[in-house]
Design a protein. Structure first.
Length: 500
């Protein structure tokens, strides 16, 4: 009964004219950047953070969330029509989606991708609504030591699930933690690591770090690559799937939704891991696994359902525990902090309109995405023909304007430029920047809770292993860290991201 009352509150907020408008803008932008390879939701959200500072908190979060799950829809369009994933989680969709397009079944593949994503989005949003309240109540029982254990677990999980070398992922997390220490110590009032630059007294700006690492660095990387030769499907004969297509797809959609809803909650999980796991599961349970990779609609249905479900349930750790589960959710956490909202269990009690308005907007956004995607396929196909060398100028200008407008300071543009160079170096060294941003966000929170725990225990370090919740998370962290050295686990982990 209480959940129903909260959802009514959420819909009353989400259906206001302003929030509906920004939900539509987010869904449209998400689809657009999902269609255009080489941009991605991470870079887009990083670029738009300064803009959202001028918006109402609910409108800002609704728009940013729409960009995230909207990109999962748009990414499937290029994966199916061009064999070029517009979003990393759509890599798996290329395997069967493009083969279906070559067989003249592009319309069926696009429709199943959209309908499967709609179903998965609605179900995963229901999961958020049903489980957020009990998880929030549990989180309110957490003490500082428990939060330390939880954040440690999140950082270790981010290392385990990061692409590439675990050693490099550890290094990126440590670098993020160190960068989070720059600025003024809240306890003593002394400045740390500012190198005589007073502009760093308040710390390194989150927007500059995110924009440089994920926006400008991605532009530099894309400019050095040759333009893709895109053989776009000229005409789609039939858009609605056949009855047999629907019959073949409903079970994969259910399984993909279940897998994505679960994996999206895990730190370091999200859309990419969900789509791969769902596709692998579908191939294992199929009676004809040899069809996969040759135009099996089950592969499209499972992957697209899973990536959308994973994208949306990844909001659960942020909203209930204050822990971002992946880099993009970390940007959402940064946006909340910019508006004076501390992510975590107190959001539900202190800002119920923001909390439930965001959840209700996900249902509305998913319905909007189906309306946006299917009728506008011809428009998206036309956009694919625009050369990237023409797009990057506008994107770069928008980044610089956004960075400057935040504090009307050239220093913020310089920070973004420095991290753009660092981001490009990370790309060349095959170091994924996502663990760095997670460390950067969680570092100050980890330090704050560590100090509180030590003050409350009067300097007794055993508090971290004597309290059940903290001890459980630390034990899980040790288990995860140990798993990486197990040969079979290591091989599975490497195989999971080989396509990306």
């Amino acid at each position: 009964m209480e959940t129903a009352h909260n959802l009514l509150l959420g819909f009353s907020v989400a259906l206001s004219g302003t929030n509906l408008l920004f939900c539509f803008i987010g869904a449209l932008l998400g689809t657009l950047i999902g269609v255009l390879p080489g941009i991605g939701p991470l870079a887009t959200v990083a670029m738009l953070l300064p803009v959202t500072f001028q918006l109402d908190p609910t409108a800002a979060l609704v728009m940013l969330a729409g960009i995230y799950y909207g990109a999962q829809y748009g990414g499937s369009t290029t994966a199916i029509l061009v064999n070029l994933p517009g979003e990393s989680s759509s890599v798996i969709t290329c395997l069967d989606g493009y083969q279906m397009a070559r067989q003249g079944r592009a319309g069926s593949a696009l429709a199943i991708a959209a309908l499967g994503s709609l179903f998965a989005g609605c179900v995963s949003t229901l999961v958020i609504a049903l489980f957020s309240a009990p998880l929030t109540a549990l989180a309110q029982q957490f003490r500082p030591a428990d939060y330390c254990g939880l954040m440690t677990f999140g950082l270790v999980a981010a290392v385990i699930l990061a692409r590439g070398s675990p050693l490099k992922a550890v290094a990126m997390v440590m670098l993020g933690l160190l960068l989070g220490l720059v600025g003024t110590d809240v306890n003593s009032g002394t400045t740390r690591y500012i190198m005589k630059m007073e502009s760093l007294a308040d710390g390194i700006g989150f927007v500059g770090v995110a924009m440089g690492l994920f926006g400008l660095a991605e532009i530099i990387k894309n400019l050095e690559e040759r333009e893709h030769q895109r053989a776009v499907m000229a005409k789609i004969e039939r858009l609605w799937p056949t009855l047999q297509d629907m019959k073949d797809s409903w079970r994969p959609v259910l399984r993909g939704t279940a897998v994505g809803s679960f994996l999206g909650v895990l730190p370091g999980g999200g859309a990419l891991l969900s789509s791969f796991a769902a596709y692998t599961l579908e191939k294992r349970v199929s009676r004809t696994p040899e069809r996969f990779g040759r135009g099996a609609i089950e592969g499209v249905a499972s992957a697209e359902s899973a990536n959308n479900a994973g994208a949306q349930t990844s909001f659960i750790p942020l909203l209930t525990l204050g822990i971002p589960s992946n880099a993009l959710i970390a940007l959402m956490a940064g946006a909340m902090m910019m508006h004076g909202i501390t992510p975590g269990p107190q959001v539900m009690t202190r800002n119920p309109d923001v909390y439930w308005g965001l959840i209700a907007s996900m249902w509305i956004g998913n319905l909007m995405l189906v309306v946006i995607n299917l009728p506008l396929i011809g428009v998206w196909v036309s956009l694919l023909k625009v050369p990237y060398r023409l797009l990057y100028l506008g994107i770069t200008m928008f980044c610089c304007i956004g960075a400057y407008s935040l504090n009307n300071s050239v220093f913020d543009i310089q920070v973004a430029a420095v991290f753009a160079v660092l981001g490009y170096i990370f790309i060349k060294l095959d170091c994924e920047p996502a663990p760095l941003i997670l460390g950067f966000i969680l570092g100050p929170l980890l330090e704050e809770n560590l100090r509180r725990a030590m003050l409350l225990s009067q300097g007794d370090w055993s508090v971290f292993v004597t309290q059940p919740i903290s001890a459980t998370f630390l034990l899980l962290s040790l288990v995860l860290a140990a798993l990486i050295v197990v040969p079979n686990v290591r091989k599975t982990r490497e195989a999971a991201f080989v396509a990306d």
